[in-house]
Design a binder for this molecule. Structure first.
Ligand code: ADP
Ligand code: MG
Length: 742
């Protein structure tokens, strides 16, 4: 059978295929439709293709995915099924990567991208059909899109809106969209036996042990169960890589000793990681069938729960954990936390084992723990800082954010906190209206705080060249330095440490990032250099890409890229006449960037992320300017019930701490980029600052003004009426112009 025939057969075997005709009819008839079906039934890949094939009158179809990796994989798969080049008729757009062209009819994208497009053009003029896929994931972006689409629907009744979801709890979506019809695609799944190992612990004791236990479980399945691939749910890049190594190690040893008698048909395990930071090229193999006699063992994040389907899975190992964004209203901080999953998620995970044949799901926790999990995952909007979201809404002239049509309205406190933070960042004024600065900030694909940094680095501190580099390095969520493991040998560990010390800047991480960037460039961006210096090359590649995009935005906003002032160090000692060695980050003339304006520009975004050193060694306390705001303690974004903060071990200041106590005694105030929680609160992206900078900064002024603003709801000004007709005309004119140009 030819490749094309095989693809056609696969497509025609999917549960959606039988309903192709009915689906098209329903889409023709209704402008809003909710579609539900089991994961793997063909919603994401097939339904948009049906529209493409059967409804030529539909111009562009936009399909959202909550995760970048899903948008890419799905677009690739569909272009293969349609036998077209990716980026032509079918393409994808994710942040920092646009693979579409003017002829693209089917565009997969992250929900964040469509959200941005909707804030720029509420009519979504370029689309005939918009599909909000994986709606059950309830990401913050998806939720806001729901609210916006309700408006768009009023403006453009001809736009087709499809909401696709995997779970059965969809009455909510239908209710939200004025009781629109629900199209249910019956699933075809096999029974899955859920197994709780006899010695399974309570889930709350698993947190530090689930990686090792997951590897054990996967291994015992491999060693004792017949044919079928294994899917293991872990939480992120780090634990997935660790698990892959551990499993491979076991596999090597077992093969060597021949101590286990495998089933005939599964002699050998092939291990695959699946997480967002993989190159797309590494991802492809996961979806291919294993060779005869091989068994695939996939260690994946939540992306494999409902977003992408890996063929052939018959065994699932569920760690019980997921990494998700969480917000602590007491501290005003956002963090990525490893948390327990919900029952709904555990059921979805188990279901992945029964797609093609009866399967087995092994949970690492006991049945009691399962019964005590939350029934459903809490929507992201109810656990995040909302800052970017509120800013987007402000940009749409929705002044009264507190009354926005959220499908599940976020806690009022959180909305108020977001309003306050945006006010402190000067993104909105005391009336709650977006400022020119806020408008500029909304163009950056960054958190409002980082966007604020870039603007002030260009306008006030004149060091945007350096700031853009550092922001680009912070934008990825990966560690820059690689740390060898103890078992790699002490020598290796020491060597890595020495490299890190050499590259470290005495003020901390921000300037260290700049040093690393400069040295990398000096070494022609070579992978070899990265390897030799224990640098994660991926971080620099991502940063280079991000930098390009940020430069474009800066250019569009007419923000100047300027080199900051330099500090000059004589390379020749005046007393001895000896040539000194060049320090990292210096050019050949002994010049290096002056850290002061750079760090000050970062403070314009992060003046609430500061801490000062307590009496204890290496423990910091979070700054809380309570005296100005004591009247509203519980709602106060700056008040802190916490917080003992620690330096991350990879932070360049930690190095100085260990090696040089002198430096530590000079360390008084620090600014940090974010906090992660392990068993304690740990600061990442940390640099020294001076209290003087904070005291005289604009932020301090705004903090004092905060109580006199009208951001507290009662005094909210009325929603400004959008002049829709006028706006419509402008858009029409623009479109006509565009058409003429083509
Ligand atoms: P749903 O959106 O309903 O979960 P999908 O449309 O994502 O379903 O997947 C339908 C089927 O297409 C899956 O069962 C899977 O077998 C197949 N499939 C999806 N992506 C790929 C891929 N990258 N390679 C091979 N098969 C794939
Ligand atoms: Mg899907």
């Amino acid at each position: 059978m030819s490749h094309r025939d095989r693809i056609r057969e696969q497509r025609e075997n999917l549960p959606t295929f039988e309903y192709k005709h009915d689906l098209i009819e329903a889409i023709r008839e209704y402008s809003i439709l909710v579609i539900i079906g089991e994961t793997g039934s063909g919603k994401t890949t097939q339904i948009p293709q049906y529209i493409l094939e059967e409804m030529p009158e539909m111009k562009r179809i936009g399909v959202t995915q909550p995760r970048r990796i899903a948008a890419i994989t799905v677009a690739k798969r569909v272009s293969e099924e349609q036998d077209v080049r990716l980026g032509s008729n079918i393409g994808y757009t994710i942040r920092f990567d646009d693979r579409t062209s003017s002829t693209t009819r089917l565009k997969y994208m992250t929900d964040g991208i469509l959200l941005r497009e909707a804030t720029l053009d509420p009519y979504l003029t370029q689309y005939s059909v918009v599909v909000i896929d994986e709606a059950h994931e309830r990401t913050l972006e998806t939720d806001v899109l729901f609210g916006l689409l309700k408006e768009t629907h009023k403006l453009r009744p001809d736009l087709k809106i499809l909401i696709m979801s995997a779970t059965l709890d969809v009455a909510k979506f239908s209710d939200f969209f004025d009781e629109c019809p629900i199209f249910a695609i019956p699933g075809r799944t096999y029974p899955v036996q859920v197994i709780y190992p006899v010695d399974a612990p309570r889930i709350n004791t698993l947190k530090s042990a689930f990686v090792d236990r997951a590897v054990e479980a996967a291994w015992s399945i491999h060693a004792s169960e017949p044919e079928g691939d294994i899917l293991v749910f872990l939480t992120g890049q780090n634990d997935i890589e660790r698990a892959c190594k551990a499993f491979e190690e076991k596999s090597r040893k077992a093969n060597y000793k021949r101590e286990i008698k495998f089933y005939e048909e599964v002699q050998h395990a092939v291990v695959y990681p699946l997480h967002a930071s993989l190159e797309t090229f590494d991802q492809k193999a996961v979806f291919e069938l294993p060779r005869r006699g091989d068994r695939k063992v996939v260690f994946a994040t939540n992306v494999a729960q409902t977003s992408v389907t890996i063929p052939g899975i018959r065994y699932v190992v569920d760690s019980g954990f997921v990494k998700e964004k969480s917000y602590d209203p007491n501290t005003g901080m956002d963090a990525l936390l490893v948390t327990e999953i919900s029952q709904a998620a555990a059921i979805q995970r188990a279901g992945r084992a029964g797609r093609t044949a009866p399967g087995k799901a092994f949970r690492l926790y006991n049945e009691d723990s399962f019964n005590q999990l939350l029934p459903n995952t809490i929507p992201e909007i109810q656990r995040s800082s909302l800052l970017g979201t509120v800013l987007s809404l402000k940009k749409l002239n929705i002044v009264d954010v507190l009354n926005f049509a959220f499908i599940d309205p976020p806690e009022e406190t959180l909305v108020r906190n977001a309003l306050k933070q945006l006010y402190l960042l000067e993104a909105i004024d005391e009336e709650g209206k977006i400022t020119k600065l806020g408008d500029q900030m909304s163009y950056f694909p960054l958190s409002p705080a980082l966007a604020r940094v870039l603007i002030s680095s260009a306008e006030e501190y004149k060091c945007s060249y350096e700031a853009v580099i550092i922001v680009s390095m912070l934008a990825g969520d990966l560690d820059l330095f690689r740390t060898p493991r103890i078992k790699d040998g002490e020598e290796e560990v020491n060597r890595a440490e020495t490299c890190k010390l050499k590259l470290a800047h005495h003020t901390g991480d921000h300037m260290t990032y700049l040093n690393v960037w400069k040295e990398w460039k000096r070494n022609n961006k070579s992978k070899k250099w990265c390897k030799e210096n224990y640098i994660n090359a991926k971080v620099l590649d991502i940063a280079a890409n991000v930098r390009e995009q940020l430069m474009d935005v800066m250019d569009k906003l007419k923000l100047k890229i300027v080199h900051g002032p330099v500090i000059k160090r004589k390379l020749k000692s005046s007393s001895t006449g000896k040539i000194r060695t060049r320090r990292m980050g210096e050019n050949d003339h002994g010049e290096s960037a002056d850290p002061v304006p750079i760090l000050e520009s970062f403070l314009t975004g992060y003046f609430t992320n500061i801490a000062n050193k307590g009496a204890h060694r290496s423990v910091f306390s979070h700054y809380a300017p309570d005296e100005h705001l004591s009247t509203e303690s519980s709602n106060n974004i700056l008040s802190t019930t916490l917080v003992a903060l620690h330096l991350h071990p990879l932070c360049s200041l930690s190095n100085n701490l260990d090696r040089n106590n002198l430096q530590f005694s000079e360390l008084d105030w620090v600014m940090y980029s974010n906090i992660t929680y392990t068993n304690k609160a740990v600061m990442k992206g940390v640099s020294k600052i001076l209290w003087d900078w904070v005291k005289h900064g604009k932020g301090q002024e705004r903090i004092k003004l905060l109580p006199s603003t009208r951001l507290n709801g009662e005094a909210q000004p009325k929603i400004e009426e959008l002049d829709l007709e006028a706006e419509n005309k402008i858009i029409q004119k623009e479109n006509e112009k565009k058409e003429q140009e083509q």
